[in-house]
Design a protein around this ligand. Structure first.
Ligand code: CP
Ligand code: NVA
Length: 337
């Protein structure tokens, strides 16, 4: 059994070497699940005090156009833990697309670094980096996609339930954003039953939904779009939400508040899963979250996408999920470098 697992990991690392992760479509189901398994092993390894060596002498560049706490720190710590260096490059401080084309920057960084993690606006930019750098490029969030987030989400669900396939995941809120659509695809690939619950104005595109539904058909999972929160969450094992206004969409703030107030994750909604008492439901959020009265916004408006009692409840695993960003990004570095 152990021998088989070790052989599987060897294959995973051989298969993923040199590869980029621009969306979850870049991974087969087995590769996605294999990365989660590798991340769980790296987590155990770190907890036992063993670090270092797996990325010795490697150098990764972290290009950020948008703000970040978790993704940036996860990548820096993952690299440092295993002997690699990580250089944080704010797009405002390098000649990125201003004095130099993205293509030229990609070719320069490809001569110096072993991999590039990119966070920014257009998906086409992360694609351009991958096309011209000649090294693995990892999408650390674009307007369209947040694949490394979903690796951590699935890892957290698997740690808790011991499985993924067959569980019901309900995403509540802005159903067409990067996290919602990547989660939809990841859950479908993992054979889960996924419900995207959003107002009609914010439901995912037909293209994204039917692509995920196609994956689900193959894996024995399912994908559904719902508009009524109380119906959607019935029987949920995971209730997931994200901010109502993603980075770069600030102009839509008032409209989002109007559309999404009925989609707030509160205790009433959690109880409607029917799974709180039996302990068969968890709450996840990619973070940062507007749940308390400790930000300028929530001091004025109160909690937005999730109430504080849900966020702080024993069934809320948001900080395990945040920690798992590091283990999954580390697994990605180890496997692709
Ligand atoms: N979840 C996530 O991507 O967090 P950051 O924006 O802090 O990186
Ligand atoms: N949808 C959010 C995710 C933040 C991690 C955003 O893009 O701002």
């Amino acid at each position: 059994m152990k021998k088989k697992a070790a052989a599987g990991k060897k294959n995973l690392i051989a298969d993923l070497k040199g590869r980029s992760l621009l969306t979850l479509n870049d991974l087969s189901d087995d590769e996605m699940l294999g990365l989660i398994e590798l991340a769980r092993e790296l987590k155990k390894r770190r907890a036992s005090g063993v670090r270092g060596g797996l990325l010795e002498g490697r150098h990764v560049a972290l290009i950020f156009e948008k703000m970040s706490t978790r993704t940036r720190c996860a990548a820096s710590v993952a690299a440092a833990d295993e002997g690699a260096t990580a250089d944080y490059l704010s797009s405002k401080e390098i000649h990125f697309g201003k004095k130099e084309s993205v293509r030229d920057t990609a070719r320069v960084l490809g001569r110096m670094f072993d991999g590039i993690l990119f966070r920014g606006f257009a998906q086409s930019v992360v694609e351009e980096l991958a096309k011209h750098s000649g090294i693995p490029v990892w999408n650390g969030l674009t307007d369209d996609s947040h694949p490394t987030q979903v690796l951590a989400d699935l890892m957290t669900i698997q740690e808790h339930f011991g499985k993924l396939a067959g569980l019901k995941v309900v995403y509540m809120g802005d159903g067409r954003n990067n996290v919602a659509t990547s989660l939809m695809l990841g859950c479908a690939k993992a054979g889960m039953d996924f419900v995207n619950c959003a107002p009609p104005e914010l439901e995912p595109s037909k293209k994204a939904t039917s692509a995920a539904a196609g994956e689900a058909k193959r894996t024995g999972g399912s994908v559904r779009v719902e508009h009524d929160p109380l119906t959607a969450v019935k029987g949920a094992n995971v209730v997931y939400t994200d901010v109502w206004v993603s980075m770069g969409e600030e102009a839509q703030f008032d409209e989002r508040l109007r559309l999404l107030r009925p989609y707030q994750v509160n205790m009433n909604l959690m109880r409607a899963t029917g799974n709180v008492k039996s302990g068969k439901v968890i709450f996840l959020h990619c973070l940062p979250a507007f749940h308390d009265n400790e930000t300028d916004l929530t001091r004025e408006l109160g909690p937005l996408e999730v109430t504080d009692d849900v966020f702080e409840a024993p069934f809320s695993l948001v900080f395990d999920e945040a920690e798992n960003r590091m283990h999954t990004i580390k697994a990605l570095f180890v496997a692709t470098l």
